[in-house]
Write a protein that binds this ligand. Sequence first.
Ligand code: GLU
Length: 380
Amino acid sequence: MSTSADERAAAALTGARRVVVKIGSSLLVDSESGRLNREWLAALAEEFVRLRERGQQLLVVSSGAIALGRRYLGMQREQRRLEELQAAAAAGQVLLAHAYQDILGERGLRVAQVLLTLDDTENRRRYLNARSTLDQLLKLGVVPVVNENDTVATQEIRYGDNDRLAARVAEMTSADCLVLLSDVDGLYDADPACNPDAKLVPSVTEITAALEAVAGTSSTEFGTGGMATKLVAARICVGAGCATIIANGHTMQPLEKIEQGGPCTWFAPRGTPLAARKQWIAGSLVPRGVLVIDAGAEKALRSGRSLLPVGLTAVEGSFQRGDAVTVRNPDGREIARGLATYACDEVQKLCGRRSEDIETLLGYQGRNEVVHRDNLVLLD
Ligand code: GLU
């Protein structure tokens, strides 16, 4: 018997090691009063506890700052210039963060606020920083609550919609499931607003141009994302080996509904997050430098360990922290590729030295590895 799409969505959610849940403004903020839907968030927080008790790691990407801030600052409907929205976001983000801290805190979950811009996820150095901070928070058992850093983001570097931001967060953290909670059940084969025969698409194994055309550019009053941005998000995630689920959040405990086989759209991931990340490091990035290592370091890398400064014999090229570098063995053969923890001038200083000396050599307590094993791919 074949597994239905709903079962696959349920399995993707229950079986994921790391889950990103994206919450749209129209779910979190009441459209009439502009107030936070506390009961809804409280019910969702119970679900978060259940996920965590199952041993799953959780990240939340939450909108709602602008909607909350507008009410707080007494803004009128027509006040929608970029700087007005940014001012609203600045005020509303405080309310949003407090709400998460209060409501999740009452259920024993600790939260941390992480504000990102497009730049942080596209720029190599900042990407590495954001990734390791998020990793650290998860290791500490904290739930990161991520939003766009609306106040500093200009028109050009804005995400604009949190669907895409959530996808980048899922990709960056090698999550294996992204749930986009929305105000519709999922993706339809026609616009349900004008076509009564429109049917929900339960599973997508390939995002085709036809699907994109149907998704159109719809958007809700508060949030900026419509189906089109959800498809963009799904495309990013699927390529990063992360299953994506679009489901209706206008219900109490929407995650449980997915687990029970309720209506939603599930996008099949291509491969695993680990394979996708390795492919990205080894195949998509142009190496900016070369690290030559000794035989001891080669052995360490082959047994799955990180590259430490002590194993370096030479450094070439001009690279920044987070850039891709090639690793050569004593015979001059390229054996690995990875992301550099330090810029080339710093690696020069560390070359052949012990990790304990990093602070003396660089003047600050940096990381022990020149390339961390999570950011390293062996080529043969
Ligand atoms: N960052 C915006 C906010 O917190 C929301 C963007 C979106 O809804 O996609 O209000």
